[in-house]
Write a protein that binds this ligand. Structure first.
Ligand code: FMN
Length: 212
């Protein structure tokens, strides 16, 4: 994970790039969203899955043979309060690379965290299916997926090779995802928010069915 030297208010936001393609537009989009988080003072890091030696999740029964990079990934996500998930649209959903990385993690790393979603597509319809599917995964992991998201259709048309977006509205939208993740992650650390979360997490699952 590459670190930016901007401690700011202490919030850490990591971006996970769900494409391992060398010139990935997803990576460019995640980097722009992370810049938005930096603008609010967050410490940010890019988790580029192409640099991690991972294996397929096999059900987690025996973790003794897992490569060190699985534990490195878990550590890096654990220390973040906010997570930007970036994905390409692949056959009407998000990438298998990202799903496997999420499957190698779980509640320990992700529960209660703020998540922002960004996606790119080759076609004109954007990454909406990918982002909707990821939203459901965030719910399953008990994370807080923020309503703002950024989908970039025909990504090959709007990025140049250096990762600069030619469309300033799209750039603003990507940055806004990062900014909101940083802001809500920060609010989550306040004592009032912690008090609420303790009460909420301690509440009975089905109070309507409880007998005194
Ligand atoms: C396996 C695969 C499936 C894809 N499926 C779709 C799709 O359903 N809709 C679409 O618009 N683009 C699709 N694409 C195009 C990618 O979304 C596009 O190339 C994108 O830029 C890939 O992300 P990356 O640049 O971060 O690697 C697909 C590409 C691949 C390799």
């Amino acid at each position: 994970m590459k670190q930016k030297d901007q401690a700011g208010d202490g919030v850490v936001v990591v971006g996970i790039c769900g494409s391992i393609r060398r010139g990935s537009y997803t990576r460019m989009a995640v980097q722009i969203a992370l810049r938005g988080a930096q603008e609010l003072g967050a410490l940010t890091g890019l988790i580029d899955l192409k640099d991690y030696h991972l294996v397929f999740c096999d059900g987690k029964e025996d973790e003794s043979t897992l490569p060190e990079d699985v534990f490195k990934l878990r550590r890096e996500v654990s220390r973040a309060g906010g997570i930007i998930l970036g994905t390409p649209e692949y056959h009407g959903s998000f990438s298998g690379v990202l799903k496997n990385a999420l499957d190698l993690m779980g509640f320990d790393e992700i529960e209660g965290k703020m998540i922002g979603l960004v996606g790119v597509s080759g076609g004109a319809l954007g990454a909406v299916h990918a982002l909707n599917s990821l939203r459901a995964v965030g719910r399953a992991l008990h994370a807080w997926v923020i309503p703002e998201q950024a989908s970039i259709p025909e990504a090959w048309k709007v990025f140049d090779e250096s990762g600069t977006l030619k469309d300033s509205d799209l750039e603003k939208r990507l940055k806004e995802v990062g900014r909101q993740v940083a802001r809500f992650a920060y609010l989550h650390t306040s004592e009032k928010a912690q008090e609420f979360l303790r009460a909420w997490e301690g509440a009975p699952l089905n109070p309507g069915g409880a007998k005194e």
